[in-house]
Each structure stands twice: as C-alpha cells, then as structure tokens.
Design a protein around this ligand. Structure first.
Ligand SMILES: Cc1cc2nc3c(=O)[nH]c(=O)nc-3n(C[C@H](O)[C@H](O)[C@H](O)COP(=O)(O)OP(=O)(O)OC[C@H]3O[C@@H](n4cnc5c(N)ncnc54)[C@H](O)[C@@H]3O)c2cc1C
Length: 392
C-alpha cells in the first residue's frame, strides 16, 4: 500500500511504498535488508523541515526517526556529546544543559532532528561561528552493506558525513564538540533599513551573533544581536528589547507560519550589495512578496560541499507563503545570487543542476560523491532527485 509523505511545508509530497519507523541499530539493519530484498531506495527522515526534494521517495522506503532517541553520552575530557540521531535539537539542548553543556551556536529553530541538522549543513549566525556540521567529531552510520561504522575511523568518511545529504546510510548517533553552558544577552530592535545597512559591518564584527530581517511591507529592518553574558539571567536592568537567559532558550525562535524558502551563501564582502539587489527585486513589485529577507553570517569552513567552504559567508534567505507562487520569484533571485558566486543551502529550494554544483564545489564535489559511491555502490540511499545531481 502506498502512502503520501509530505515535508513540513506540505509543498513536497511523494508516495513511498513503505514508511517505517526505527528505534535502534537492529531496526535500521532490518529496514536495510527489507529494502535490498525488494530493490527499493531508502530515504531517512528527521523532522521533515527541508524545503528541497531531498526526502521525496516515490516507490521507495521512507524511514522515520522520531523514536530513534535515548540518553546523551558526555565525554568531559574531550568536551564532546554523543546524541541519538532522531532526538530533536530542543530535547538535546535541554539534556546538554542538565550536564552543564551547550551548543556554541544554533539556528533559528530547534525542532530539527540531530541527524537532519548535520545532513544539510544547518547554521546559525555569527562571523566567528561555522555551521553545526563543523562541530561534528564522529558519526555512527548503518551503511548499505548492513554494518555499523564509525565515520571518525576514516577521514574521508568523516568529512562526507559532516554534511551528508542523507546519502551515506542511516545515521544512528552524532558526536559533537560542545562548550560549557552559558547565558546569552539578546538585544533586538527595529530601524529604517537604510540606517541599519550603514552599521551592519560593524555589528557583524562587534557581536558574537548578529542578524536582521528586512520586511518589504514597511521597509523596516528587525535586527538582533546575541552575546555571551557573564552572571545570572536576572542581572540586566529592565530595558526594552533586551533579555538574558540560557543560550539554548535564547537561540531559537518560533517559525510556525508555513512557508517555503530559498537561501544562498555569498562571500561576506558581497553580502550587503547582494541583499540590496534582492531587495530591489522585491520592491520592483513584479512578484507579490510580503515575506521578509533574512540576513546572517557564517564563518568559513573546509567542508567539501559546504556553502561556507573556504570563505566567510553572508547567507540571504527569501521566503514565500505556501499558497502563493514562489518559483518565478525564486528563479529571478537565484540569477542575482549567481552573480555573487552564490551557493545554495542544501535543505532549501534551488534550481542548480549537477553541472552548476560541480563547478561551484570543484574538487570537493568529486570527493564527496567518490566517498558516497564507495560506501553505497548500488545507490541504496540515492533517490531520483539525488540521482539527477550525482557525479557519473
Ligand atoms: C521553520 C524552519 C526554520 C529553519 N531554520 C534554519 C536555520 O536557522 N538554519 C539553517 O541552516 N536551516 C534552517 N532550516 C532548514 C532545516 O533546518 C534543514 O533543512 C534541516 O536539515 C532540517 O532538519 P530535519 O530534522 O527536519 O531533517 P529532514 O528535513 O527530515 O532531512 C534533512 C536531511 O537529513 C537526512 N536525515 C535525517 N535524518 C537522518 C538519519 N537518521 N540518517 C541519515 N540521514 C538523515 C535526510 O535524508 C535529508 O537528507 C529551517 C527550516 C524551517 C522549515
């Protein structure tokens, strides 16, 4: 019997032959045997928050991991935490806090699964802070030949696993570098966009985390800084737009209104010029867009297919409601992003072909796919969308 499987926005659906929930390594192995016997492809899912067709798997098997959870293991000597792959970030950060630890950075929301976070290179904001994938120390994976491997034993596999697009196997846990828990001081304010733009470079340089949203409806910016705070949460005099709490409480926001999204990473030096081009596109009024643009920064890393590979990065996200047309706007915006050597977020919409991506990532693209093909030679985890992108 086929079922309908949809992502969070509801805009991307597929009809897998089977949807199976797993809770442990043995069930992951059973699921792999089941799929191999029937000659069907597997896609493993977390919180389904991706906007790209990365999870679609008509005729194949969708594995859900909401119950692939359990205790966190802390190594106090190494400052690492090993976290079950299906655990939601919100639960993981609470558990870490109980042990005295935290993630050094987080994204906008904390609803993603642990494996989903690293599979698409999720990031927060902060020019000194690389993506969450860069914090990964080891990954336990049940691979297509039905063995449980530790990625850290093989440098190439660890590199591919850090940002893996769900293509290496079923991830059962991930080990991250973590930091002692800390407080964050949030300051948010509203300001005319042209005034804010003059200060963005300084705000990026002088704050641990800075981001802004530009709202096309009122042409105003909604800016936010977050900085580590020494001392207790109540040590701040009552000031408008400011508060202090534990980092895992301050980092995430509510993003409940269903939407779809495109995000591109551009070199940070070009970030504001690129932002202004996208803003002008919206202001021209050819597309009915009442959703904000989000502007963040990410530190360079060395990930093979990381959007921040070898360059400090500004990320620019555009959104559209699920009942409004997004493609004409996103395609026009993508042309602008390409003028700035943009690289798409793997969990969001883009229209790049494999030729585009090979040229964006060069040797990193080839290394990623060669490693993927070594671990999964028959393409058990490669859905039709990924086939359209893979290196032949
Ligand atoms: C409201 C909202 C806010 C967002 N905020 C941010 C943000 O601040 N920063 C940012 O960078 N992105 C953000 N995103 C994008 C989102 O965080 C990513 O798409 C992320 O990968 C989603 O995690 P998930 O658990 O939902 O994974 P899914 O969407 O379910 O899957 C994503 C990938 O992970 C793989 N995967 C999941 N579990 C496993 C497993 N156990 N084994 C192997 N592969 C697995 C899947 O195969 C797929 O390739 C946001 C998205 C939404 C909808």
């Amino acid at each position: 019997m086929t079922s309908i499987f949809a992502n969070w926005s509801g805009l991307l659906t597929s009809s897998p032959k089977i949807i199976r929930s797993i809770t442990n390594v043995d069930e992951a192995k059973e699921a792999i045997n089941f799929a191999i016997e029937r000659g069907i492809c597997i896609r493993t899912t977390g919180s389904k928050h991706s906007h790209s067709p990365i999870l679609q798997n008509s005729g194949g098997m969708i594995i859900t991991t909401d119950d692939l959870t359990g205790p966190i293991t802390i190594d106090e000597k190494k400052n690492t935490a090993t976290i079950p792959a299906g655990m939601k970030l919100s639960s993981a950060t609470k558990e870490l806090w109980k042990h005295g630890y935290a993630f050094s950075n987080q994204g906008d929301v904390d609803v993603q699964s642990i494996a989903g976070l690293i599979a698409t290179g999720v990031h927060g904001t902060g020019i000194q802070h690389p993506s969450i994938s860069s914090l990964v120390n080891d990954v336990s994976i049940v691979t297509a030949d039905n063995t449980l491997i530790q990625a850290a034993k093989t440098p190439d596999i660890l590199e591919a696993a850090r940002l893996n697009l769900g293509l290496l196997g079923i991830i059962v846990d991930v080990t991250f570098n973590v930091v002692p828990r800390f407080h964050l001081h949030e300051h948010h304010w509203k300001e005319k966009i042209e005034e804010l733009i003059k200060k963005v470079d300084t705000l990026v340089a002088e704050n641990d985390h800075f981001e802004f949203f530009w709202n096309p409806l009122d042409d105003m910016a909604y800016a936010k800084t977050l900085n580590p705070h020494e001392g207790p949460a109540d040590s701040l005099p009552d000031q408008k737009g400011q508060y202090i709490d534990w980092a895992h409480i301050v980092f995430p926001s509510e993003r409940n209104e269903r939407h779809t999204e495109m995000e591109y990473s551009v070199p940070v030096e070009a970030g504001l010029v690129c932002f202004q081009r996208i803003r002008s596109l919206i202001l021209k009024g050819n597309h009915r867009i009442h959703w904000p643009i989000e502007y963040r920064t990410v530190a360079a890393d060395t990930g093979w297919i990381s959007p921040a590979r070898n360059r400090n990065t500004a990320t620019i996200s555009i959104h559209q409601g699920i009942d409004e047309p997004h493609e004409p706007f996103f395609r026009e915006a993508e042309k602008i992003f390409m003028d700035f050597k943009g690289r798409p977020h793997w969990g969001k919409r883009h229209y790049m072909t494999k030729e585009n991506l090979a040229s964006i990532y060069g040797a990193g693209w080839e290394k990623f796919w060669k490693t993927q093909q070594k671990i999964d030679p028959d393409g058990l985890f490669v859905n039709a969308y990924m086939q359209s992108l893979r290196l032949e």
